[in-house]
Design a protein around this ligand. Structure first.
Ligand SMILES: Nc1nc2c(ncn2[C@@H]2O[C@H](COP(=O)(O)OP(=O)(O)OP(=O)(O)O)[C@@H](O)[C@H]2O)c(=O)[nH]1
Ligand SMILES: [Mg+2]
Length: 329
């Protein structure tokens, strides 16, 4: 089950039970004293299969509970999938709110907390403490904003005092090198072009003293089955972590195509770009969630470096359900 209740005499006992049942990555959705001791409601990050299993193959066909209906309508309008919403609704059945009647004032905020617990974010792109994202390649379909996002991330890293280098593999598109060189010059960071995996490894050694090496890649159609393996070869040679850039307005079906095409390259995190250009970003949020992929950032405009926000699960969930203090508010 996705979300479970653990009621024990003490908080420590309840948390120990959570840990035993849901593992070390358990996400606590609710924790409160009860007449019998302490109640903890915990969620476990789930994969797409697990979500689909527990909600059934055709979740949209059965009606929502009365209490959840207005929230579901808001979230569907935002673009969230019925599969994700079924998981949230089901989780709420194990909590103190009433779903049988409309208008429980506690429901929207609790639904947002449950959704926030399900969403994964990846904050390590914003700290130099972890080396997991030290060499970071930005991938994705054509024109989604990879180069612009790279410039934003590089500027933020510089601002934090990190030593940064930028490398591009994109020698395919006319003017791509010059576009990135201009950003690198503005940031006053070293910039180089890598034509081969050997070039890439040599540049990594040259910049061994850097906290962060950003790698730009050529935009590729998810249907371009020839180009993606070549890119995979480059990235494996570099041992690079990968950030998939996905335009926030991408439709659910197209998200699946993109994620399936890029998954063999190993997607470590997803950045939702062009958030400002869509009214239904939830389809991309749900696509990432259903595949268990963490979100790193939202890009909210063309301005470098201002138009980027680290993904905040709470703010995203509140936006989805229309709870005040939503993202961008
Ligand atoms: N509105 C909006 N525009 C953006 C955002 N990010 C990038 N853009 C714009 O999208 C266009 C393409 O951006 P690029 O960064 O060149 O995209 P790319 O993915 O590197 O493109 P290719 O390398 O050709 O695949 C530019 O006009 C950017 O200014 C965003 O978050 N919002
Ligand atoms: Mg580019």
């Amino acid at each position: 089950m996705l979300l479970q209740r653990f009621e024990k005499q003490t908080l420590a006992e309840a948390l120990a039970a959570v840990h035993a049942a849901c593992g070390p990555d358990a996400l606590v959705v609710e924790s409160r004293a009860t007449r019998h001791g302490h109640l903890v409601v915990a969620a476990r990050p789930e994969t797409r299969t697990a979500l689909a299993d527990q909600t059934g193959a055709r979740p949209a066909l059965s009606p929502w509970t009365r209490g959840f209906q207005p929230l579901a309508e808001h979230a569907l309008d935002f673009g969230l999938s019925a599969t994700v919403l079924r998981a949230v609704e089901r989780a709420l059945l194990g909590t103190k709110v009433s779903l049988a009647r409309a208008g429980d004032p506690a429901l929207p905020a609790l639904a947002a907390r449950v959704l926030a617990a399900l969403l994964r974010t990846e904050p390590r792109l914003e700290t130099a403490e972890s080396t997991a994202f030290r060499t970071l390649a930005l991938l994705g379909p054509t024109g989604v904003g990879k180069t612009t996002t790279l410039a934003k991330l590089a500027a933020r890293a510089r601002h934090r005092g990190e030593r940064v280098a930028i490398v591009t593999l994109d020698t395919y598109r006319v003017a791509a090198v010059e576009q990135l060189r201009a950003f690198a010059d503005l940031l006053d960071v070293p910039f180089a072009v890598a034509f081969t995996p050997t070039d890439l490894r040599r540049l990594q050694q040259e910049h061994a003293g850097c906290d962060r090496i950003f790698i730009d890649t050529t935009g590729r159609s998810p249907r371009d089955r020839d180009a993606l393996p070549q890119l995979e070869g480059h990235l494996r040679a570099a041992g690079a972590a990968t950030l998939l850039c996905l335009a926030a307005g991408t439709r659910a079906r197209d998200c699946q195509v993109v994620l399936e095409a890029f998954e063999p390259l190993g997607i470590d995190a997803v950045c939702l770009t062009k958030w400002d250009e869509t009214t239904a970003p939830g389809e991309t949020v749900a696509a990432a969630l259903e595949r268990g992929l963490p979100l790193s950032h939202l890009c909210i405009g063309q301005e470098v470096p201002a138009d980027i926000l680290p993904a905040d699960a709470g703010a995203l969930a509140r936006a989805a359900f229309g709870v005040p203090e939503a993202v961008g508010a």
